[in-house]
Design a binder for this molecule. Structure first.
Ligand SMILES: *[C@@H]1O[C@H](CO)[C@@H](O)[C@H](O)[C@H]1NC(C)=O
Length: 227
């Protein structure tokens, strides 16, 4: 089809605008619709819903990380979910590509739509969070992803409660609840921490932001819940 020059000109302007405004595309695919888990995904979650979650989660994360401007964010231009059956974890993320394990969907007991929503908030955080140029503590990386899930009101019942756990960087729910405590000491703490993790990593970031060593903060946190 031959397009009128005016249409081509307007399209080019829109493309340039999309590029400079940091527009992000969201996409969801189910590669294993014929498996039990893939069929359950289509029935109880759906690719359209999942695509909307990726978009909503991204906006929520930019808010949580206090990144109102696209130039503050990690330069990612596409976030895409694929439902697959060739991974071992419930889900994994590499760059903007999120894989969800259909076998996990098949075996999940309970409301799988809410569970997948929570998992997608966690994985979408991995897309956008800084990792200290690969130097950041892995438990902290997972803790920040679960902190976002917690703040989105998507913490599942089976999570450990506030005050539980053995060390601050145990990861996941334990670290998420500790970060929630740190954020209560200074609103925006996690946003500030993530910002510092753009260029590198040190446990000393806790001291820099909150004026207390991370081990001391963990002791204070545990003491608040009876040790
Ligand atoms: C899993 O399969 C999908 C297509 O279904 C493919 O895109 C992806 O690269 C595969 N991943 C691994 C880890 O083999």
């Amino acid at each position: 089809m031959k397009l009128p020059a005016a249409v081509i000109a307007v399209s080019s302007v829109l493309l340039v605008m999309a590029a400079t405004s940091g527009a992000v595309t969201f996409d969801a695919t189910n590669s294993v619709a014929s498996t039990d888990g893939g069929a359950r995904f289509d029935r109880e979650v759906g690719v359209d819903y999942a695509k909307q979650v990726l978009s909503d989660a991204s906006s929520f994360i930019w808010g949580t990380f206090n990144q109102p401007n696209p130039e503050d964010r990690k330069p990612v231009d596409s976030v895409a979910l694929n439902v697959v059956d060739n991974i071992s974890a419930p889900a994994q993320t590499s760059g903007g590509a999120i894989s969800l394990n259909a076998q996990y969907v098949a075996g999940f007991q309970g409301d799988v739509k809410t569970e997948v929503t929570g998992v997608l908030y966690h994985e979408t955080t991995h897309v956008w969070q800084w990792d200290g140029q690969g130097q950041a503590n892995g438990g902290l990386i997972e803790g920040i992803a679960d902190f976002v899930r917690l703040r989105a009101g998507l913490a599942p019942d089976h999570w450990r409660k506030a005050g539980q756990g053995d060390k601050w960087d145990q990861g996941y729910d334990v670290t998420a609840r500790f970060l929630d405590y740190c954020d209560s000491l200074k609103q925006g703490f996690v946003a500030e921490l993530n910002g510092k993790m753009k260029d590198g990593y040190s446990d000393g970031f806790f001291q820099d932001i909150l004026g207390k060593d991370v081990q001391q903060l963990w002791q204070d946190y545990k003491a608040q819940y009876g040790g």
